[in-house]
Ligand binder design. Structure first.
Ligand code: DGY
Length: 323
């Protein structure tokens, strides 16, 4: 029996590409250039499985028209707001993701952003590299103390909890959170956290607000102009979730006007585009979507995709099926 034809849309860790090539009739993207919409459409017509990442936009139009050959999209990533899953489902395409394995590393990046923006790490690094440091002085690059402050978490899933744990037990912070569904207070207390009723309740009391909810229609622009105004004056926003959770234009205005003090961002509305006005500000720390970027985690994510498509083509339920 011939092996399923699969397309891997970007370079993946070598260990994962090796397993995929052994098990399937695999096409790799050796140049690692993101595919255009037309190439993705072509891929849906010619491969049994397409393995996309967040850089591959798969809106409903790509699933329309001529019958597609693809039976499974094995997404490399936990977030899947770049795929119109309703359209995929309608065309009988299974979609899987990679939950669980990137929890700690993404929470670490949120912590990195919180510390960097509070303690002005990015500014300091730029100053040293530019050869502009003139020496120690009591008023130099004075930041905001983290220990003892309140952090507000929006979305108390795996990553939100891991971040709460770091903030509370690692940095002595008070942790409050908003989550759509009620979390057992005993469970919340394991992470040193307390649930509040509304997003506004969280914004009102938090020195740092960190986003850990999914992207996509339900949370689009959850942080908008009104909500920036509802934040404590002098508070910071951290976003390692998805760019579309934040109204980026409203964020820029809030930062420029001093409505909030700063932001640490790993994700953006139109990646890889980062607005110039943001890039010009010293009170923001900007990372290029590094949440899961460790050797261990990227390999584990790839192996999850391998497990999902292996199960699927063996006629079993893929462990991380989304639709
Ligand atoms: C994820 O897993 O969702 C990361 O953000 C990469 O897409």
């Amino acid at each position: 029996m011939s092996k399923p034809r699969i397309l891997v849309t970007r370079r993946w860790p070598v260990a994962v590409e090796t397993v995929l090539s052994e098990r399937f009739d695999t096409t790799l993207n050796k140049d690692d250039v993101a595919l255009e919409a037309g190439q993705l459409r072509e891929a849906l017509l010619t491969y049994d499985a397409v393995l996309p990442t967040v850089s591959d936009k798969l809106p409903s139009q790509l699933f329309e028209g001529e019958a597609i050959r693809t039976k499974i999209l094995g997404n490399f990533g936990v977030g899947f707001n770049h795929i119109d899953v309703a359209a995929a489902k309608e065309r009988g395409v299974v979609v899987t993701n990679t939950p669980g394995v990137l929890t700690d590393c993404t929470a670490d990046i949120a912590m990195l952003l919180l510390l960097s923006v509070a303690r002005r790490g990015g500014e300091g690094e730029r100053e040293v590299r530019a050869g502009a440091w003139t020496g120690w002085r009591p008023t130099h690059l004075v930041g905001t103390k983290v220990t003892g402050k309140t952090v507000g978490i929006i979305g108390f899933g795996r990553i939100g909890r891991a971040f709460a744990q770091r903030c509370h037990f690692g940095f002595g912070m008070d942790v409050v959170f908003y989550n759509r569904s009620a979390i057992d207070p005993m469970e919340a207390s394991r992470y040193g956290a307390m649930q509040l009723q509304t997003v506004e309740d969280v914004l009102e009391v938090s020195d740092f607000v960190s986003l850990h909810c999914p992207g996509g229609a339900e949370n689009r622009h959850l942080m908008n102009a009104d909500r920036f105004t509802a934040m404590k004056p002098g508070a910071f926003l951290i976003n390692t979730a998805r760019g579309d959770v934040v109204d980026e234009a409203a964020l820029v205005t809030a930062l420029e006007r001093g409505t909030i003090r700063g932001a640490g961002l790993d994700v953006y509305e139109a990646e890889p585009h980062v607005p110039e006005r943001l890039r010009e500000m010293d009170n923001v720390v900007l990372l290029p979507h590094l949440g899961s970027a460790t050797e261990e985690t990227r390999t584990a994510m790839g192996m999850k995709v391998v497990d999902n498509i292996t199960a699927f083509f063996a006629g079993h339920q893929p462990p991380d099926r989304v639709v």
